[in-house]
Design a protein around this ligand. Sequence first.
Ligand code: ASP
Ligand code: MG
Length: 463
Amino acid sequence: MIVMKFGGSSLALPARLEAAADLVAEARRRGRRPCVVLSAMGDTTDELLAAARAAEIGDASAVELATAAFERSAAAATEVLGDATEAVATLATLREAAIVLLRGVAMLRELTPRTSDAILAHGERVSTAIFAAILAERGLAVGELDAREVMRTDDRFGRARPDPAVIRDLADRRIAPLLQAGTIVVTQGFVGATERGFTTTLGRGGSDWSAALIGAALGVEEVQIWTDVEGVLTADPRAVPDARPVPVLSPAEAAELAAFGARVLHPATIQPAIEAGIPVTVRHTLRPGGAFSTIDPRKRPSARGVAALASRGPVTVLTMTSTRMLATAGYLARLFAVFGELDICVDLVVTAEVSVACTVEPDAPIDRLVRALDGLARVEIARDRAIVVAVGEGLRRNALVVERACRALRPIVPELIGMGGNDRNLSFVIHQNEVGPAMPRLHAEFFGDAGAALPVAADEAMS
Ligand code: ASP
Ligand code: MG
């Protein structure tokens, strides 16, 4: 059993629907038993949300907005399936149901989270109706399953929390027998239901979470996330054109990269699969034979050390100096309590004997902070800096990584270096305008051909 999840961009056009269906058919032909989890097509969720908000303020465009979204999906379905199909009729029914809800919202001028969820869920229901019909038309045994029969959640509408124990039980009863009988199951991501049967959603982008939850509930071999990138890349391709997919990442590496804004699955969303020991692969729908990444809970520290690079900026560096820091217990606690009171997030921290430097977001209320710290510390402020990070399991034990990174950065000299906070993050603070030249140089060092030929670590050289 596997889960195959397709994101909105993988379903946005007729050709993409066909390509996704090819992938599912191919997996089945090779003897796998796929449970297909789908997002809404393209930007449907945004459009339905815009329609709901328009209805709330009594804007007459609400119905038109929703109708346009449904019509685009129906046109794609017709192009793939022809117009005499059951799916096209189902789409009309779904469209009418959504419009009734929108009219209700417009009449009451009230959009509750519960109603919003009921409206948004139509996006995913449209994709599964179309996709199941495409598979059926190819002669495959397929069952469309309403996610609300399995994805049990609490009643926090708009950000509902799933109940994994109940989901496991329901998946065992409703999905596993179909898969075992050789039927391909097609169901909605993002959508769930409360115990009383009210429609909920897991929050925007929640269909990856659905895929991981269903994968964990079924104990599948693999959760495949089909999207429009070839996995997780070694660097942002806008900064480093020859960035390439990282073959295997640990969940912790993925979490570090996500914290730096790298285009990675949000680690929290795949946590159910990770906890169940199930590998999650990130693949490109239009290049299925190409490279991809596996986020593997069993990954060992990599031989190379660095798995990927990322950067985040601008950030502001604050250097706080006080002679009272010398041998004073509780000084840092008092210092950072002030940050907490002002709701300022501290990111990288490096301390010296009488001063401590940290990075904060550029829009932090620094003037207020400086005043509040009066008497405790003198503050130096350096704006327009950026954090560049090398992420990789085992970095702390890799003697040459810091040396190689600093050499690659030359003549840029990092203003702060952070390492050892965990075993997989080496951070440098440089000027924001140095990030452009720094990233390709670091990438060449760790991922270029010349870089690969250099010895990686002393302990590795010995083994
Ligand atoms: N369709 C939903 C959204 O756009 C869920 C998802 O795509 O994951 O947020
Ligand atoms: Mg989406």
